[in-house]
Design a protein around this ligand. Structure first.
Ligand SMILES: *Cc1c(COP(=O)(O)O)cnc(C)c1O
Length: 382
């Protein structure tokens, strides 16, 4: 018998969130057309399913995002798995390929790849011609992680044109990645300007926007090019922002991952007694304490302090004391009817929002989703 802990992954929520992004882009499109008097195509959407679809399961991502125009990820094995599962639309390798031996797989599986480093161009030159795949030339516009300098864009584009003539490379597009689309308003102005300047006069599709940029600056996806956005976190129902107004709920996003576990035990702790490792919580009054079958080995953040919200029998209460490996403890004073065996909603459906839990733990929902442990049994909502 499994332990009394369950994650639920909702495929309808994944599909819903994809539609929310489409609708958001559609509204932005109308806006942009009205303000410029020009007409723009709808941007295409790559659903980002790296990291096991942000912890939701690769296959759930493939199914939930069936209406996406493409899937974007970083692991070639996962890309091949998408093909095996019948995904016949585009697949983008966000970090490209890593060694020469990867290339035949890209060729056989028609996988699009980013090109961010000269070593990758050298490998393409050595690859047998005749089975071209599409590429996105990745430029570094300020993240200073992956990508060519904007000043080198034209030269690298020429390299790719040669490879294209040789039948090694198919269509050539351009991509960049923002470091601070969730930061100060306008933080993307300079990176976006650098990008547009670097690719001016060079034909090809364009991809710049992650979730934050797609939600906050959708007009970036409207220009004379074919545009692709690359949302990840918002498709799983969480917000990339930590402002009070730009919440997942405000955008109409629905949590796709829920986590709950049962009360294993109810303790009566007297005033002055403490709870858990390090005795970090001391009761200021006699308190009913619930012991929940979920700990950091399940993916619940150990850094979640006393006060992190949970929901028991529909009542919002809080964690008290330290999260341990297999258990955590909650304040049951607000829930007098709570008994051993009752479910405690830790995040998602009927629980606090995962963004709230993350914020209490000093992290982001991305990390909580990715950290959901293998040992947690998953129920699928289809
Ligand atoms: C992860 C990733 C994304 C998606 O980012 P979110 O913040 O989850 O929307 C987009 N582009 C690249 C290159 C990425 O690595």
């Amino acid at each position: 018998m499994p332990r009394p802990i369950r994650a639920t992954i909702s495929l309808p929520a994944l599909s819903h969130n994809l539609q929310v992004v489409r609708n958001h882009l559609q509204l932005a499109r109308q806006d942009c057309q009205e303000t410029t008097g020009k007409s723009f195509g709808s941007p295409f959407i790559w659903a980002v399913i790296k990291a096991n679809a942000y912890g939701h399961g690769l296959e759930n991502g493939i199914k939930g995002f069936g209406q996406a125009d493409g899937l974007a990820l970083i692991d070639l094995n996962d890309a091949i798995r998408c093909r095996e599962k019948g995904w016949d639309k585009k697949i983008l390798m966000l970090e490209g390929f890593f060694e020469q031996a990867d290339l035949p797989y890209l060729q056989e599986n028609h996988i699009t790849t980013s090109i961010h480093h000269i070593a990758q161009i050298k490998m393409l030159e050595k690859m047998p011609a005749g089975k071209p795949f599409d590429v996105f030339l990745k430029l570094n516009t300020g993240m200073n992680r992956l990508g060519f300098r904007p000043a080198d864009c034209a030269a690298r584009f020429q390299d790719l044109l040669v490879l294209q003539k040789q039948g090694r490379v198919g269509k050539i597009g351009f991509m960049s990645h923002f470091s601070s689309a969730d930061g100060q308003p306008g933080a993307i102005d300079e990176p976006a300007r650098l990008m547009m300047q670097a690719i001016e006069g060079l034909p090809g599709a364009l991809s710049m926007c992650n979730s934050a940029a797609t939600l906050r600056y959708p007009s970036l996806a409207f220009n004379e090019r074919e545009n692709w956005v690359r949302p990840g976190i918002c498709l799983y129902g969480a917000s990339p922002f930590d402002t009070p107004t730009e919440t997942a709920t405000a955008f109409g996003l629905r949590p796709a991952m829920s986590l709950k576990a049962k009360l294993l035990s109810v303790q009566h702790v007297e005033k002055g007694e403490s709870v858990g490792y390090g005795a970090t919580f001391t009761a200021t009054q006699n308190t009913r304490v619930g012991v929940v079958a979920c700990g950091y080995a399940d993916g619940y953040p150990r850094h979640a302090p006393t006060g992190t919200p949970v929901v028991v029998n529909g009542v919002r209460t809080r964690i008290i004391g330290r999260v341990s490996m297999d258990m955590l403890t909650v304040d049951l004073d607000p829930v007098p009817d709570a008994r051993e065996g009752d479910w405690v909603n830790l995040w998602g459906h009927n629980g606090p929002h995962i963004d709230e839990v993350a914020s209490h733990a000093g992290t982001i929902s991305y990390e909580l989703m990715c950290a959901l442990a293998k040992r947690v049994p998953v129920d699928l909502e289809e």
